[in-house]
Design a protein around this ligand. Structure first.
Ligand SMILES: NC(=O)c1ccc[n+]([C@@H]2O[C@H](COP(=O)([O-])OP(=O)(O)OC[C@H]3O[C@@H](n4cnc5c(N)ncnc54)[C@H](OP(=O)(O)O)[C@@H]3O)[C@@H](O)[C@H]2O)c1
Length: 285
């Protein structure tokens, strides 16, 4: 890759990509909604034909899962029309596109990790609009990598930061213990994306850190690393009414395509969390 166009560059993944690309001899065109609204086809076509990137990495999305339920039109514009526009511009300019997607395309009823060939069945507006984004990209161009990730945390609003904040405000925190997944650091996802982008092996990828946990165990690990003394109480999804959108109970993704290629294996989730906590200065000494 010589030139990369990044959309949503101020988000968690966009920042992580920039952290890695800083030290590489690659030209980066960073954009976010103020400089490139991916929902505006004319803007997208104009910028891509002017800049002529060889790779477009779409990090832009409507990621507020609960808000999407009541903001469906906007969610569809950003999560489905946006990728469609970028794929059109990619095809017209000979670029490859990396579209980031989500574990929420699955219904979560499985008992074993989902592979790339399992059939999606989203249960929320967020999941449905992200799936529509995947399908639009696949329809428009052959030069795509769709990367489904999950439980993402980086430099932004995320579960790790919420837990650390709550630990400073409360003595007791209740956390759901019957939803399972793989916490994934944005930095590790960025490494994976930059790796596959050079392979030319197009298709759908699952890209999550290795290992499986629950939100409850994830929270306990965060507090252990930060040495926070807080009482963590496990609760079931039914006992936790705050969520509006339906979450998959089991949304573990198996990185089957990546691991079968054998040249990059994503870190175990605890190792990636430790790297993040250290980098952010959250680790207790
Ligand atoms: N976060 C997770 O737990 C998670 C889990 C699974 C998959 N994913 C996927 O991973 C990818 C990266 O997520 P993330 O957590 O890095 O997202 P993020 O932190 O929410 O960043 C998204 C970025 O996109 C921008 N954006 C919104 N609408 C836009 C538009 N119309 N045009 C251009 N930019 C726009 C946002 O700007 P504003 O902030 O100003 O709106 C923000 O800077 C997304 O595809 C997401 O669906 C995330």
């Amino acid at each position: 890759m010589k030139k990369i166009l990044i959309t949503g560059c101020n988000g968690q993944l966009g920042r992580a990509l920039n952290q890695l690309l800083d030290s590489q001899d690659i030209e980066i065109v960073n954009t976010d909604v103020d400089t490139l609204d991916i929902c505006d086809l004319d803007q997208v076509l104009a910028l891509v034909s002017k800049e002529k990137p060889d790779t477009i990495i779409n990090c832009a999305a409507h990621t507020a899962v609960d808000k999407c339920e009541t903001d469906e039109e906007n969610a569809r514009r950003i999560n489905a029309l946006g990728p469609e526009n970028l794929a059109t511009a990619a095809r017209e300019n000979g670029a490859q596109i990396i579209q980031v997607s989500t574990d929420y395309v699955f219904d979560g009823s499985a008992k074993k990790p989902y592979t790339e060939s399992d059939t999606p069945c989203p249960q929320s507006v967020y999941g449905a609009t992200k799936l529509a984004g995947e399908q639009a990209v696949q329809k428009i161009t052959d030069k795509y990598y769709i990367v489904r990730t999950a439980w993402l945390y980086g430099d932004g609003n995320n579960f790790v930061r919420t837990m650390l904040r709550l630990a400073d405000e409360r003595d007791t925190i209740t956390v759901v213990d019957d939803q399972f997944g793989s916490p994934t650091s944005a930095l590790e996802l960025a490494r994976m994306i930059l790796h596959i982008a050079d392979t030319g092996e197009y298709g759908i990828y699952h890209g999550t850190c290795e290992g499986i946990t629950s939100w409850y165990e994830f929270a306990k690990e965060i507090f252990a690393m930060a040495k926070k003394t807080v009482n963590v109480v496990p609760v079931s999804t039914d006992e936790y009414p705050a969520a509006v959108a339906k979450r998959p109970a089991y949304s573990v993704l198996e990185n089957q395509k990546l691991n079968s290629q054998g040249s990059y294996r994503m870190k175990d989730w605890k190792d990636a969390l430790e790297e993040y906590m250290t980098q952010m200065g959250y680790m207790a000494s």
